[in-house]
Design a protein around this ligand. Structure first.
Ligand SMILES: [Fe+2]
Length: 362
């Protein structure tokens, strides 16, 4: 038995906002734009949204204080500030952090009695303000998922899932990704790679998610080196935006697995970008799946050869000082993470510890 549900309408094109601006009209007269401090201004996406809204006489308020790895406290602050207005819909503009924040904020503005913690109990709500997602990186896939990952009050990343936070519309314009730095291009590209490979090898994979995953892997193999070589290669940028969206649709069905679980603490406690932190463990996902689904592992190998070599060739190298105590905490946390149940292979305390030890410099 398998099923497929991904209700987001995707519009994909250069100048996608300009060409489709009428689409905002049906969601109401007043909107909240959630974005980060600078990138949406540099890549032109915020200006395009503002131009479209102004031309339609839609009132808007910009909340642009979203940092990387948004915390519960950030969300509380944002909701407090934005609650004084009455919004009809929410537009998230940026990478994974603004998009995931937009999802949380959209639910909390619609359901005024909920706290951030309540987002993690799906039975407590069944509605959200409509969400329009405009990704400006190519990696997160958040524009087509029902997930939002936030950092809780103890510093750990925790994702929540709910069908009501699937964006109603994803407006994808590869032109916005051209201004990404080499390091952000690599990190986001590796994030998309992890989504495709983890999803493909997940115990929750389906015939449809596998089709998307294989296509996404092929596109990333071909085009990630190209965009790292030449950031202005628009053909390759377009392919990466498409691959990222496909890989997002994969995890909307399969969820992520071990590499995401192990990567999270590196981002919140060591400041390593999400895609880099996650890709550092992707070879373990492939190895873990070897005995259970050897034919699928062969597909991955046929595309990438040794996935570790492909990742290293992108320039990823992580060396960190990790205290014994924090290492123990990360391992303990990983062992109880929900996503481990969909990871193939057997990972215990000592094998997870070894994976972290590989990047230890002390
Ligand atoms: Fe990710």
């Amino acid at each position: 038995m398998w099923q497929y549900f991904m209700p987001t309408k995707i519009l994909f094109s250069q100048k996608v906002i300009e060409k489709n601006k009428e689409i905002f009209k049906k969601f109401g007269k007043k909107t909240l734009i959630i974005t980060g401090k600078t990138s949406s201004r540099i890549n032109g996406s915020l200006r395009d949204v503002e131009d479209a809204l102004r031309s339609l006489s839609i009132e808007y308020y910009i909340y642009d204080k979203i940092d990387e790895n948004p915390t519960f406290e950030h969300i509380r602050q944002a909701v407090k500030e934005c609650r004084i207005h009455d919004f009809d819909f929410v537009i998230g503009v940026g990478g994974g952090s603004p998009l995931d924040s937009a999802k949380a904020i959209a639910v909390l503005l619609k359901n005024k009695s909920l706290s951030v913690e309540d987002l993690y109990d799906a039975t407590k709500y069944d509605s959200s303000l409509p969400i329009i997602a405009i990704p400006t990186t190519s990696g997160t896939g958040s524009e087509v998922t029902q997930y939002s990952v936030l950092t809780d009050d103890t510093g750990f990343k925790r994702g929540f899932a709910h069908d009501v936070i699937f964006p109603i519309i994803a407006l994808i314009d590869p032109l916005y990704t051209v201004s990404m730095s080499v390091s952000l291009t690599r990190s986001t590209g590796l994030d998309a790679l992890c989504h495709a490979v983890e999803g493909f090898l997940s115990k929750r994979s389906t015939p449809i998610s596998d089709l998307y995953a294989v296509e996404a892997m092929k596109m990333i193999k071909e085009n990630l080196p190209r965009v790292l070589q030449n950031q202005n290669d628009l053909e390759a940028r377009t392919a990466m935006s498409f691959a990222s969206c496909l890989a997002g649709m994969v995890i909307s069905q399969t969820s992520t697995t071990l590499a995401h679980v192990l990567g999270y603490p590196l981002s919140t406690f060591k400041g390593i970008r999400h895609g880099d932190a996650t890709a550092a463990f992707l070879d373990a996902v492939v190895q873990g799946a070897q005995s259970e689904v050897p034919q699928k592992v062969n597909v991955v190998k046929e595309i990438f050869g040794d996935i570790r070599d492909f990742i290293t060739a992108s320039g990823l190298q992580i060396k960190l000082r990790i205290d014994d105590e924090e290492l123990e905490g990360w391992v303990k946390r990983a062992l109880t993470a929900k996503h481990m149940q969909w990871t193939r292979g057997s990972f215990d305390e000592s094998s997870i510890k070894k994976l972290y030890e590989r990047m230890r410099s002390n």
